[in-house]
Ligand binder design. Structure first.
Ligand code: TXA
Ligand code: MG
Length: 377
């Protein structure tokens, strides 16, 4: 079906801009006002009719459907071109919704994590109930669930009364959308409505955590750092990708990810200095863009005067800043006719820097993945 895709804002756009999103998500006054907003009600109506709606979350924009309706969920896979073996995250607005989605009793550790980090960018793996269609969980016996910290998606969940399956609202394999315009670029004509909540605050996706065995594992690093979870639980939290067991990693992590069409490379001033030097040499004949820190050692180098665009956009002390901008930068450089190749200065894989480096490495390695334009995210 072909749609004339609309981008709409609620009446409360200004309020959304002024407060931090975590606070907004817990602001019950705003939440009840939002539930009477025309645009929220329209989104809820479309979802209850098994249509798709793109919605802002605090991490990235999501492409939402009723998680319990296979007919609705199948449209997500079609619109994104997403492989069917890649399960979806289900979004809830109230812990009471867990009952119909999960099979087993909730452990004390899981409960503590939910109480502390929700609403927020933490996705937890649960044993799945029979009510959840196989399509949503990609045939797995588990289901990934999170409570997002964005008042718009929370209001839509509450108004529709539905748990919402929502992957990032981009074409599979490409950078996740952090603005309504990014969603429009990828999905125009394929969905009826995009709800515009402005730019996302976190900018990288949620952390996916598996608490089902004694050893807590992060399957995908994201908006809540592994260190924060470890500090809160008072125990070590492993990164699944570092374990030898491939089955431990989130299914989607094997696919082409987060990648612009143009070639992307990473460099640093130690073992990958040669990559920067190559880039500076290449600038004799190619248009190069470098994303670097404001306090970068790049200043110590003689930079070519033409064919080079340097974007000093983050600081090593605040990796969250690059997280927020990364996908938008990839998209704008991809569309820039003055750029042929993209180089990014590496940052320490610590705190949210772990998620940022994960996304950058995946984007840089995208060519090694066989699915042309296909994949998760
Ligand atoms: O921040 C986010 O998580 C965003 C917003 C929209 O909420 N969503 C998102 O969804 O990033 P998606 O579909 O792009 O990524 C979901 C990730 C994939 O890597 C998928 O394989 C993994 O979560 N996942 C989903 N269900 C799983 C399960 N049952 N077991 C293990 N991994 C799962
Ligand atoms: Mg995604």
């Amino acid at each position: 079906m072909k749609f004339k895709t609309k981008i709409k804002q609620t009446k409360y756009q200004n309020e959304l801009k002024t407060l931090a999103q975590a606070k907004l998500a817990n602001n019950s006054q705003l939440r009840s006002k939002l539930k009477t907003d025309e645009v929220i009600l329209k989104a809820a109506e479309l979802l209850s009719q098994n249509q798709l709606v793109a919605l802002p979350t605090e991490t990235v924009y999501g492409l939402a459907a009723n998680a319990l309706a296979p007919k609705a969920v199948s449209k997500i896979f079609a619109a994104k071109g997403r492989p069917q073996d890649n399960p979806l995250i289900v979004h809830i607005a109230d812990q009471a919704q867990l009952k119909e989605l999960t099979a087993a009793k909730i452990t004390a550790k899981t409960q503590a994590l939910m109480d502390h980090f929700w609403p927020g960018p933490l996705t937890i793996i649960f044993p799945k109930s029979k009510k959840v269609p196989n399509l949503t969980s990609a045939g797995l016996e588990t289901i990934a669930i999170r409570m997002p910290a964005h008042p718009l998606i929370l209001a839509v969940i509450e108004s529709s009364g539905l748990p919402l399956a929502a992957p990032s609202a981009n074409t599979s394999g490409f950078p996740s959308p952090t603005q309504a315009e990014h969603v429009y670029h990828d999905l125009k004509g394929k969905i009826p409505l995009i709800l515009d909540g402005g730019p996302c605050q976190v900018g990288v996706e949620s952390t996916v955590v598996d608490l089902r065995s004694a050893q807590v594992k992060v399957l995908r690093p994201g908006g809540i750092s592994r260190q924060e979870i470890a500090d809160f639980l008072g125990e070590e939290v492993l990164l699944a990708a570092e374990l030898k067991d491939d089955t431990a990693v989130a299914p989607g992590m094997k696919y082409r990810h987060y990648a612009p069409n143009k070639k992307l490379y990473t460099f640093n001033f130690e073992d990958k200095l040669f990559i920067l030097k190559k880039a500076l040499k290449k600038a004799e004949s190619k248009k190069i863009a470098i994303i670097s820190a404001r306090n970068s050692k790049l200043d110590n180098y003689q930079l070519p005067t033409k064919n080079l665009k340097v974007l000093k956009v983050f600081s090593h002390q605040k990796p969250a800043e690059l997280a927020q901008k990364l996908f938008a930068l990839m998209r704008s450089l991809d569309a820039d006719p003055e750029v042929e190749e993209i180089y990014i200065e590496e940052l320490a894989a610590q705190g949210i820097g772990e998620a940022v480096m994960n996304r950058i490495q995946k984007a840089a390695a995208a060519e090694e993945y066989s699915q042309p334009g296909g994949g998760d995210n």
